[in-house]
Design a binder for this molecule. Sequence first.
Ligand SMILES: Nc1ncnc2c1ncn2[C@@H]1O[C@H](COP(=O)(O)OP(=O)(O)OP(=O)(O)O)[C@@H](O)[C@H]1O
Ligand SMILES: [Mg+2]
Length: 282
Amino acid sequence: MSEGLEVTGLVTDFETRRSSIRALHGVSFEVGESEIVGIVGESGSGKSTVVRSIIKLLMPPGRVTEGHVDFFGRSLLDMRERDLRAIRGKEIGFVAQNPFSALNPVLRIERQFRNIAKAHGVDRGNQTRVHAIELLDATGVKDPDRVIDGYAHELSGGMAQRVVIAMALFLNPRLVIADEPTTALDLTVQRQVLDTLTRLTSGSGRSMLIVTHDLGVVANYCDRVLVMYQGRLVEQGPVSRVFVTPEHEYTASLLESVVRPDAAPPGGTATIATAGAGRAGR
Ligand SMILES: Nc1ncnc2c1ncn2[C@@H]1O[C@H](COP(=O)(O)OP(=O)(O)OP(=O)(O)O)[C@@H](O)[C@H]1O
Ligand SMILES: [Mg+2]
């Protein structure tokens, strides 16, 4: 069976008695072991719907009506909720867009780590705390010993996002899914947080599926890119190919929007600020 994530023919509808919206029209792609894959596309193109469909965390009334999701040989969409819950958090870590929505405001940070461990039957008391502090430190949280005894509201946005990343990585998942993990943060903090996330992902054998509207992030961190447009995956391939010779009109226009006019050689074509990169090309 497959080594990683294999999504085939995903169709997702938001259906109420009054209306039915098809948000995904048969989306297929793979994320191999150790691979970092980016999803780009305009607002409303279906990026969040794709990642949430995979782990069955769609907002109601969303429902996957067709398709198949294989994760290391297991069919996620056919699983019972209980079995899926055992995979979420443990084998698949999820980093949501807004860190504060992912943190519990009334529980100390340590308790939240302990609860994750408990939910998967691996809470070891003080050992769990020590491991959490190590991970907070690895994600760049300052004073992790103090932070772990505090509450979410005491954290800046950047620090809160690092805590959420530490939680997503806590049980050493094989796959990390991040849905615009840094949009709530300012630009320099965004890059720092993404550096941390990708550093802790690459080299560990983990794979990552990351939704972003930032093509620079894709160029810097991803091996491959998926381009969504109106509920369809219109193009996918290695970043080094897609960003240099896009095949789809929409990809071309997306790249044009980040063309640096000042980088155009006299009489030549403008270069794309992010082109020619990709993780493989570094
Ligand atoms: N809760 C919902 N109810 C009804 N339709 C929805 C709902 N959520 C999403 N949709 C539909 O699915 C489409 C894709 O939404 P999705 O949130 O996946 O887009 P996105 O690419 O993540 O956008 P953004 O960049 O703004 O986060 C929307 O255009 C909308 O038609
Ligand atoms: Mg979204």
